[in-house]
Design a protein around this ligand. Sequence first.
Ligand code: CMP
Length: 131
Amino acid sequence: MLAEIPLFARLSGRHLNKIARVATTKRYAVGSPLVRAGGPANAFYVIFDGRARVDTPDGGIELGAGDFFGEMALIDGEPRSATVVAVTELYVMVLSRTKFLKVLEAEPKIALAIMATLSRRLRAAQQAEAL
Ligand code: CMP
């Protein structure tokens, strides 16, 4: 399953196995909040199946299979920047804070892919703000 996630696409089988060993899979019912704005941050999430909504000031952003969330507060040590809710039944891969930070240190390709997505999201937020 991990090999089909674009974030992990460029990793070798050995590296994928390493991540699979430390990750868990969770299911959330429709409407479940996975992450609460202002709350503490313990985990990073990658969506295997289903859709989630990030509540942003400009109305919200939908995320689907292959998308990830929950990286910001783990990287900068601040509280969660937004609430994220399951829009459909949702299956996610969960990495604890410690494991996520270890993966970032060990896998520069993943760190770069996350930075690329962060840059895209910042550009989209800037455009939304300019409207
Ligand atoms: P974090 O702050 O840990 O928890 C909320 C998450 O929502 C955040 O990490 C990002 O993964 C995601 N998020 C916050 N703002 C946006 C945005 N403007 N676009 C896409 N995702 C976002």
